[in-house]
Design a protein around this ligand. Structure first.
Ligand code: PGA
Length: 249
C-alpha cells in the first residue's frame, strides 16, 4: 500500500509573514488521523524559518531546486548539503518551469537527481509533456525520454529513494486539470516503464499528479490506481484549499 503524498510547491511566492501564517494554518488544521505524507516546498529564503515552524510536526520540508555542484564558485546557487543544513528532506528536480524558463535539460535534471541523493535528500522528479506534444501523440515518448535519461545516469535502484511527479505542462497554473483517466493512463505507463526494469521498485514508487489540483478535484484524482498524491502549486498557497487536498488523500 503506497502512502499518499500531498506536496505544496509554493514557487516564488511568499513572505516571512505568509510563511508563518500558512504553516500554522496547515499544522493546526491537519487532521490527527491524516494518514498522508505532507510536504511543503517554500522558496529558498524561507526554508530556515519554515524549518523552525515545522519542528515537532510530521510535515516535511522540501526545496524547489538544487545545484548540480557540491560547493564552490557558483554564485547564486544552493547545494544539496545546504538544503540538508536548512532542514530539507526533499527537493523538486526537473519542474517544467525550470526546464522551460531556465534551460534545464534532462541531462542536467539527472545530475540534480544524483546530487540530491548523494546528500540524502529525496528527489521529486517532475515529468510532463506540453500541449503541442500531447496533441502530436507524443506524451509517452516525452515522459519516457525524461525518465530514461535519469535512469541512465543513476540506475534503476536509485528510484527506491525517490518520488515521481507527472505534471502535464498544459495543466500547470491553467485551471485545466487532466481528467482522472488522462492522469491514470500516463501514471500507469510510467509505472510499467519502471516495472520493466525493477518490479518491486515500481510497486512501491509514489507517482504524484500535478497541474491545477485543488480541494474539489483532488479526491477523484487520488482515487485512481496509480495516482499516489499531488504536487500542488496555486492551491497550496491557500491554507483551507491545501487542507482539503490533504483530507482528500
Ligand atoms: P498548479 O502548479 O497546481 O498551480 O497548476 C503545479 C506545479 O507547478 O507544481
Amino acid at each position: 500500500m503506497r502512502k499518499i503524498i500531498a506536496a505544496g510547491n509554493w514557487k516564488m511566492n511568499g513572505s516571512r509573514t505568509m510563511t508563518a501564517t500558512l504553516i500554522n494554518t496547515i499544522k493546526g488544521g491537519l487532521a490527527k488521523d491524516c494518514n498522508c505524507e505532507v510536504l511543503i516546498c517554500p522558496s529558498f529564503g524561507y526554508l530556515s524559518l519554515a524549518c523552525g515552524l515545522l519542528a515537532g510536526s510530521p510535515i516535511k520540508l522540501g526545496a524547489q531546486n538544487i545545484s548540480t555542484e557540491a560547493s564552490g564558485a557558483h554564485t547564486g546557487e544552493i547545494s544539496g548539503d545546504m538544503l540538508v543544513d536548512l532542514g530539507c528532506t526533499h527537493v523538486l528536480v526537473g519542474h517544467s518551469e525550470r526546464r522551460a524558463l531556465y534551460g534545464e535539460t534532462s541531462e542536467i535534471v539527472a545530475v540534480k537527481f544524483e546530487e540530491a541523493q548523494l546528500v540524502g535528500l529525496t528527489p521529486v522528479l517532475c515529468l510532463g509533456e506540453t500541449l503541442e506534444q500531447r496533441e502530436a501523440g507524443e506524451t509517452e515518448k516525452v515522459v519516457e525520454q525524461q525518465l530514461q535519461t535519469v535512469i541512465g545516469r543513476v540506475g534503476i535502484d536509485a528510484f527506491e529513494r525517490s518520488v515521481l511527479a507527472y505534471e502535464p505542462v498544459w495543466a500547470i497554473g491553467t485551471g485545466q486539470t487532466a481528467t482522472p483517466d488522462q492522469a491514470q493512463k500516463v501514471h500507469a505507463f510510467l509505472r510499467r516503464t519502471i516495472a520493466a526494469q525493477n518490479g518491486s521498485i515500481a510497486d512501491s514508487l509514489r507517482i504524484l499528479y500535478g497541474g491545477s489540483v485543488n480541494g474539489s478535484n483532488a479526491a477523484e484524482l487520488f482515487a485512481m490506481l496509480d495516482v499516489d498524491g499531488g504536487l500542488v502549486g496555486g492551491a497550496s498557497l491557500k491554507g483551507d484549499q491545501f487542507l482539503d487536498i490533504c483530507a482528500a488523500a
